[in-house]
Structure formats: structure tokens, C-alpha cells
Design a protein around this ligand. Structure first.
Ligand code: 13P
Length: 257
């Protein structure tokens, strides 16, 4: 039985006022509910503290969308793991496809960031996913294997409990094209199989694997109901309470299924 996680990746969206209003609205949405799933919001760096204050003690966690792997020092423009912990972040998203394909991050860099976060106890949402051309060439599983191997290189089994994997097929991100529930479950099962082979069955059984890519209120329940889908990493639909609220509710309904 795995606890669902519903995570909102705000990407480079909102401003201070709208970000605070969204966080307050979400806190109100979950108020009085039995939060049997993890709810996470990941705003842009400049709004992390304000959003953290706005979610208050609602039970909603706050995470960053990136971090650097070095200790604080002369790294202009970067943000250290210590700084994220300092302001109350519980999680960091790493390896998002936009960072891989727009900002040029490699598995090696993602792995360094993953290890830096884990070493300090910051939770990692590690994103993997294939391009359309990979899928069409029948390379989906090979790409997932490569990204899992690269991202988790030298990560000890004991640290896996601080990691959540997010499967985000790149062709489904922001396109309105969702993987069918069966496609998502198949990819998740493959990732779980990788974890069994490279760690062990209990690590694989315990790992939460989120689906991301055009998750909306009208498809969330079916996706989250799949046996290997343990939550969602939501982009566009995480930007309003009207959309993210029902996705959170779908996660609460499926938690521990
Ligand atoms: P969309 O939900 O906008 O497709 O974005 C998915 C995503 O990239 C979440 O990290």
C-alpha cells in the first residue's frame, strides 16, 4: 500500500500575489479533509517563502523546482540544498524534462543534485520520461532504464525512501496529449521492475511513482486508479484551485488503494 502524492509544478508561472492566493486557496481546499496523501506545491524560487507561509499548517508541503549540488559558495545564480532546507522546503524536483531538454541537464548533473539533496535529507522528485521519437522507435523502456541508472547512480537503498519517481512522457507535457492509463501503468511497471532488478523487491514495492503529462480533473481519477500509479506531477492544471483541488481529491480517494 503506497501513499499517493499529488504534486503541483508551477514551473515559471504566477507572481507574488497570485502565488500566495493560489496557496491560500489550496490550504482552504484541504482544510478539514483527512490528508491521507502527500500534497506538494513547487513554486518558483522567489515565491517559496511566501507560499510556505500561505500554506501554513494546512499539511501541504512546499518544494523547489531545482537546486545545485555544491555547498554554498561562489556559484553565481545557483541555489544550495541548505538554502531550501533553511526556508522549510521538504522536496526538490530534479531532472524535469524542461531542465533536460531546454537547459541541457545531463543524467550526471541530475545524479549529483540527487545525491546532494539526499545527503541533507531533502526529498527528491526525480523525473524521467521519453521523447516522442523514442516512443515511436520503440525505445521507451531503454530511455527509462538509462535515466533511472544515471539519476540513481551510487544512491544507496537506504536513501530510496526519500525519493519519488515521476514518469513524464515528454510528448504529453503541456500538449493536452495524455498517456492512456494503460500506457502510464505499463511504463510505471517497467520502472518498478528496474528497481527490483537494481535494488530489491521491497524497495520497488515501496517506491512511489507519479505520472505527469496533461493530468486534468477529468482524467486524474482513472490515471491514479492504475495499480502502479501512485500520484501525479501536475503542471498547467496545478495553477488554479478549481483544477488542482479535484486532482488532490482524486489522490485522496485513491491513496492506499
Ligand atoms: P502539464 O501538466 O502542463 O502537462 O505539465 C506536466 C509537467 O511537466 C509537470 O512537471
Amino acid at each position: 500500500m503506497r501513499r499517493q502524492m499529488i504534486a503541483g509544478n508551477w514551473k515559471m508561472n504566477t507572481n507574488l500575489e497570485s502565488g500566495k492566493a493560489l496557496a491560500e486557496g489550496l490550504a482552504k481546499h484541504v482544510s478539514g479533509k483527512d490528508l491521507n496523501a502527500d500534497v506538494l506545491v513547487c513554486p518558483p524560487f522567489p515565491y517559496l517563502q511566501a507560499v510556505k507561509a500561505a500554506v501554513g499548517n494546512s499539511g501541504i508541503s512546499v518544494g523547489a523546482q531545482n537546486c545545485y549540488f555544491e555547498e554554498p559558495g561562489a556559484f553565481t545564480g545557483e541555489v544550495a540544498v541548505d538554502m531550501l532546507l533553511d526556508i522549510g522546503c521538504d522536496w526538490v524536483i530534479l531532472g524535469h524534462s524542461e531542465r533536460r531538454h531546454v537547459l541541457g541537464e545531463t543524467d550526471e548533473v541530475i545524479n549529483k543534485k540527487t545525491k546532494a539533496a539526499l545527503a541533507k535529507g531533502l526529498g527528491v522528485v526525480l523525473c524521467v520520461g521519453e521523447l516522442l521519437e523514442d516512443r515511436e522507435a520503440g525505445k521507451t523502456n531503454a530511455v527509462l532504464d538509462e535515466q533511472m541508472k544515471g539519476g540513481l547512480a551510487d544512491v544507496a537503498a537506504g536513501d530510496l525512501s526519500k525519493i519519488v519517481i515521476a514518469y513524464e512522457p515528454v510528448w504529453a507535457i503541456g500538449t493536452g496529449k495524455t498517456a492512456t492509463p494503460e500506457m502510464a501503468d505499463e511504463a510505471h511497471a517497467h520502472i518498478r521492475g528496474w528497481l527490483t532488478s537494481n535494488y530489491d523487491q521491497s524497495a520497488a514495492d515501496a517506491m512511489r511513482i507519479l505520472y505527469g503529462g496533461s493530468v486534468k480533473p477529468n482524467n486524474a481519477a482513472e490515471l491514479l486508479g492504475q495499480p502502479n500509479v501512485d500520484g501525479a506531477l501536475v503542471g498547467g492544471a496545478s495553477l488554479t484551485v478549481d483544477n488542482f483541488g479535484p486532482i488532490i481529491d482524486a489522490g485522496l480517494a485513491q491513496s492506499g488503494k
